[in-house]
Design a protein around this ligand. Structure first.
Ligand SMILES: NC(=O)c1ccc[n+]([C@@H]2O[C@H](COP(=O)([O-])OP(=O)(O)OC[C@H]3O[C@@H](n4cnc5c(N)ncnc54)[C@H](O)[C@@H]3O)[C@@H](O)[C@H]2O)c1
Length: 361
């Protein structure tokens, strides 16, 4: 098995788990260098994980690095991905792919022209929980999927994230922040979406940071913080999604898939594990289903490992550019619908990613 050498750009909050997994968990990845606009952050991670720290420019020019993992904030995703592709390297980016459809299209086009791969988070749908749900659906346990619900409600991230401003700027908000987990899971389980509509609100025009470093700082809210969306899937199923930073408490499920023969309760798509429950027709209660696939622990970076598998075998990477562009298009569709009062017919589509094997990659 060929290990591919990886450089990480963006050494902030989420980067630790990527370093850990790309170094220790996966057999086909090797991290050699890292960089950050704030040099001390890269130096700290380099020391912790035994790799070298360098500038972004040096990392892009390092000939031994084949794949760059872009863990910068959403506002920098396009620019950094574009620079990585220009440097002739494959790129895997945290979600969302980028901020606008225009930039997304440019990235896809550039990767195609240069024969490079783009991968994008989330990769949680490759984990044990959602792959178990996928197998149940593929094996016909709930018949034809006819509808779905997906709910992510909380009160935002300013109470814990040290630099939460980006959650309230363009590219943030609960849909662009958390929607990718829920929508990627739905596309993986049901297939691509054809039409969407949405309603949005900014309930609180400012937020007060209460995490330690910036305690008391007031942030203006630039983007909707409560979004209700409707989805019509290509196969005719219809879905409802709510993503919100405005809700103090709720008792909603995360995701449920309703089929002609039963219902699957899907685990939190921001995790890799279970629990998975099913209720088939004529039964009165949900039953737990044992997980059929590996990667139940926090396996962030699994999409990068799958990308290496794709490079080594010539097959398609599962957390791929078409999928993440389709999810970006859906998220914009909700906001466009809310702004125009119309349904939005999506231009993009994608294939349902191939199911994962029931063994390690
Ligand atoms: N924090 C989480 O729990 C979490 C979970 C899953 C995904 N994510 C996603 O991961 C990404 C990063 O989130 P985070 O919480 O780690 O943010 P963060 O602000 O903690 O870290 C981002 C880092 O990127 C660096 N950076 C920004 N622009 C850069 C550029 N142009 N070149 C080089 N470095 C640059 C910053 O200096 C910072 O160190 C986001 O896309 C977010 O949506 C975060």
């Amino acid at each position: 098995m060929k290990r591919r050498k990886i450089g990480i750009i963006g050494c902030g909050n989420i980067s630790g788990i990527y370093f850990k997994n790309l170094i220790n968990t996966f057999q086909n990845t090797e991290v050699v260098a890292c960089a950050d606009l704030v040099a001390e952050r890269a130096e700290a991670k380099a020391e912790e994980f035994g790799v070298s720290a360098c500038s972004v420019e040096e990392l892009l020019q390092n000939p031994e690095i084949e794949i760059v993992v872009n863990l910068t904030t959403p506002q920098a995703h396009y620019e950094v991905c574009n620079d990585v592709l220009s440097a002739g390297k494959h790129v895997y980016v945290e979600k969302p792919l980028c901020l606008t459809r225009e930039d997304g299209k440019k990235l896809l086009q550039k990767a195609k022209e240069k024969n490079l791969l783009i991968g994008s988070a989330p990769d949680t749908f490759l984990g044990a929980g959602i792959q178990t749900c996928r197998k149940l659906i593929d094996d016909g346990w709930i018949g034809e999927p006819v509808a779905a619900t997906a709910f992510m409600t909380c009160h935002g991230h300013e109470s814990w994230h040290p630099d939460p401003e980006f959650y309230y700027q363009v590219g943030g908000g609960p849909m662009f922040d958390m929607g990718p987990y829920y929508l990627t899971a739905l596309v993986n389980l049901i297939g691509p979406v054809e039409k969407v509509s949405g309603f949005t609100n900014i309930t609180f025009p400012t937020r007060t940071i209460t995490s330690e470093k910036k305690y008391g700082k007031i942030v203006d809210v630039e983007v909707p913080t409560h979004i209700t969306g409707l989805l019509e899937f290509k196969n005719g199923a219809i879905g409802t999604i709510i993503t919100s930073f405005d809700v103090w408490g709720a008792q909603l499920p995360r995701i449920e898939i309703y089929g002609s023969e039963g219902t699957i309760s899907v685990p939190d798509p921001n995790t890799f594990g279970g629990p998975v429950h099913i209720m088939r027709k004529n039964h009165k209660e949900f039953s737990p289903i044992p997980l059929s696939h590996p990667y139940a622990e926090n396996s962030r970076g699994l999409g990068v490992s799958d990308m290496v598998r794709a490079l080594n075998t010539g097959k398609k990477n599962r957390a791929n550019a078409e999928l993440s562009y389709h999810v970006l298009d859906i998220m914009h569709g909700f906001h466009d619908s809310a702004n125009t009062g119309r349904h939005i017919l999506l231009e993009s589509t994608c294939d349902k990613p191939e199911a994962m094997p029931d063994e390690l990659l």
